[in-house]
Design a protein around this ligand. Structure first.
Ligand SMILES: [Zn+2]
Length: 161
C-alpha cells in the first residue's frame, strides 16, 4: 500500500490553515468537537483509516445545514436530519480529498467501505433507538455544527474577497 503520510499531512494542514480547526491525533475515537473546534482522531487507526475518517470529520466541519433544519422538531425529523448529515459529511469529505488531489482509487475503495459501514450503523441506531431525548440532543448539536460551519464558510469566503 502506498505511503499515506503526505496525504495525512495535507489534510491536517487544510484543517489548521484553511478551516482554522485543530487536529488531535491522540484521541480514543474519531469526532469533531465544535466547542473546542478540534477534530479528534483515534490514535491506533491504520494510516488509511485515519485518513478516511479524518476526511469524514472534515466533512462535518464544512457541511451545509440539514435540508430539514427548519422543519418542526419531531422524532421523525430528528432521525432524518442526523441520517442526512452523517451521509453528506462523507460526501463532503471526499470532495475535499479531490480538492487536495489525494483521491486515489485505492483510497476511495476503503473510503466507500467505511462510509457504508458507519452510515449503516447510524441508521440502525437511529431506527432502533427508544430514547427520543438522545436523538433530540444529537439532532440539535448536529445542526449547530452545520450552522456554525456555514457561518465559518461565510467568513472564509469574505476573507477570500
Ligand atoms: Zn460523522
Amino acid at each position: 500500500m502506498s505511503n499515506l503520510k503526505p496525504s495525512i499531512n495535507k489534510v491536517v494542514k487544510y484543517c489548521t490553515g484553511q478551516l482554522g480547526v485543530d487536529v488531535n491525533l491522540r484521541s480514543n475515537s474519531f469526532n469533531y468537537d465544535s466547542d473546542t473546534q478540534t477534530i479528534n482522531c483515534r490514535w491506533n487507526a491504520s494510516e488509511q483509516d485515519l485518513l478516511c475518517s479524518m476526511l469524514h470529520e472534515v466533512g462535518h466541519v464544512i457541511q451545509a445545514p440539514s435540508t430539514f433544519a427548519l422543519i418542526r422538531a419531531s422524532k421523525k425529523r430528528n432521525k432524518a436530519l442526523i441520517a442526512e448529515l452523517e451521509y453528506t459529511a462523507w460526501q463532503e469529505g471526499w470532495n475535499v480529498a479531490v480538492e487536495l488531489s489525494i483521491n486515489t482509487e485505492e483510497l476511495y475503495i476503503r473510503y466507500k467501505q467505511l462510509w457504508m459501514m458507519h452510515w449503516s450503523s447510524y441508521l440502525e441506531y437511529l431506527y432502533s433507538s427508544d430514547k427520543p431525548d438522545d436523538l433530540k440532543h444529537m439532532a440539535w448539536s448536529y445542526n449547530e455544527y452545520a450552522l456554525r460551519a456555514s457561518k465559518n464558510l461565510g467568513v472564509l469566503l469574505t476573507n477570500l474577497g
